[in-house]
Design a protein around this ligand. Structure first.
Ligand code: PMV
Length: 373
């Protein structure tokens, strides 16, 4: 599919006045990381992620047809502005507006009905706002789905497959990794010769049978450093433009997609651990070797990593870590090792979390509509 397949043409909003849609959309954690992109939000390499479950955003989009449209009281230029208000956890958030306005601008050509409406967006996260967990994937995913529900109300003739693809396509234009939050449990984003159907434009479900070892895989997120990210992902992606190791990194990631694809089918947990940890450290290595350079780990991040390695060496547990572009640690392990690993996490790792904060999550199936489509 190409970009033009996502443009809604010849629509009528005759019977649409006002209403609302609500979507609950999870976050995701990349196993093979996306870091580096081209305009418009085209990834430099393919990435793959586990969709999460407990970490989600719940967003309601209230829409009403612009009264001015009927009364024809305002100038055409005013009518083209997108009018919206945004509330986050009950509070009006002016500072969230520029990001949403940019998103609406980027998607407008694909959903041209937007400018006919006024919107109120009401959003909340299941995880603490200042936890250092990026909410852009779940947030942009949920908003894209609400927009798609409005498109479906306008144009009901649409398959579920198209609905999800276009939701992922729109979400990508808000935040790249958001395109991997629409479905689950494993989503690939970025064109890759070995992943059938994969695309730079939207995320697709991992196309092969996933080994039972990965069923209900656990992700305990250790909140080492709560607060705003030190480096926004926008800045981080830009650092890859003239990064001395960019080419090798993109090649390494694409090779890791091929390797992890095999591992996910065979259930080889040792190979899984090796790929996932190397990917996390490679992402951080990119930031340590960029200009300007950053260290996004904290001393406690390293203490946790060393504890995990020691525990793994002693017990042969299939526990490993991955990292986002920050200091928090995602601890990944199979469901059948839950008891021993959770005991270890409680006794050895929680002490390194800010105010002992951590979140027990599990891989999930993707988004859910709370109100009718
Ligand atoms: O979607 P963005 O622009 O916030 O970038 C996300 C980048 C990482 O989370 C670091 C890696 C990834 O693939 O999710």
């Amino acid at each position: 599919m190409t970009e033009t397949d996502f443009i809604l043409k010849d629509f009528s909003i005759e019977n649409i006045n006002n209403g609302s849609f609500t979507w609950k959309t999870p976050s995701n954690i990349a196993l093979v990381k996306y870091w580096g992109k081209q305009e418009p939000q085209i990834p430099e390499n393919a990435s793959i992620s586990f969709t999460l479950d407990a970490c989600f955003t719940l967003t309601t989009l209230e829409y009403s047809l612009k009264q001015t449209r009927h009364a024809e009281l305002v100038s055409a230029s005013h009518e083209n502005n997108l009018n919206f208000e945004i509330y986050f956890e009950g509070e009006k958030k002016e500072d969230f507006k520029p990001k949403i306005a940019t998103f609406f601008k980027r998607i407008e050509q694909y959903v041209p009905f937007l400018k006919e409406f006024e919107f109120v967006i009401k959003s909340q996260n299941s995880f603490p706002h200042s936890s250092g967990i990026a909410s852009s994937a779940s947030g942009m995913g949920a908003l894209a789905l609400c927009v798609m529900s409005l498109e479906k109300a306008i144009n009901p003739v649409m398959t579920n497959e198209y609905f999800n693809k276009k939701a992922s396509f729109l979400a990508r234009l808000g935040s790249g990794s958001a395109c991997r939050s629409i479905e689950g449990p494993l989503i690939v984003w970025g064109n890759h010769p070995e992943i059938e159907g994969s695309s730079d434009l939207f995320g697709v479900k991992f196309p092969h049978k996933i080994h039972d070892n990965f069923k209900n895989y656990q992700d305990t997120i250790l909140l080492v450093d709560e607060g705003e990210k030190q480096v926004s992902s926008t800045v981080g992606h830009q650092l890859m433009y003239d990064h001395p190791f960019a080419k090798q990194r993109f090649q390494q990631a694409n090779e890791n997609i091929l390797n992890i694809s095999k591992v996910l089918q065979t259930g080889d947990l040792s190979a899984f651990i090796a790929i996932v940890e190397s990917e996390a450290l490679s992402l951080h290595a990119m930031m340590m070797t960029s200009n300007p350079y950053f260290i996004l780990m904290k001393p406690n991040t390293l203490k946790i990593i060393n504890e995990i390695w020691e525990f793994r060496a002693q017990t042969n547990a299939n526990i490993c870590f991955t990292l986002d572009a920050g200091a928090n640690v995602h601890v990944l392990f199979p469901e059948n090792e839950k008891e021993t690993v959770n005991n270890f996490i409680k006794s050895n790792l929680i002490q390194f979390c800010q105010e002992n904060h951590y979140i027990c999550d599990i891989i999930g199936e993707g988004t859910t509509s709370i109100v009718n489509l």
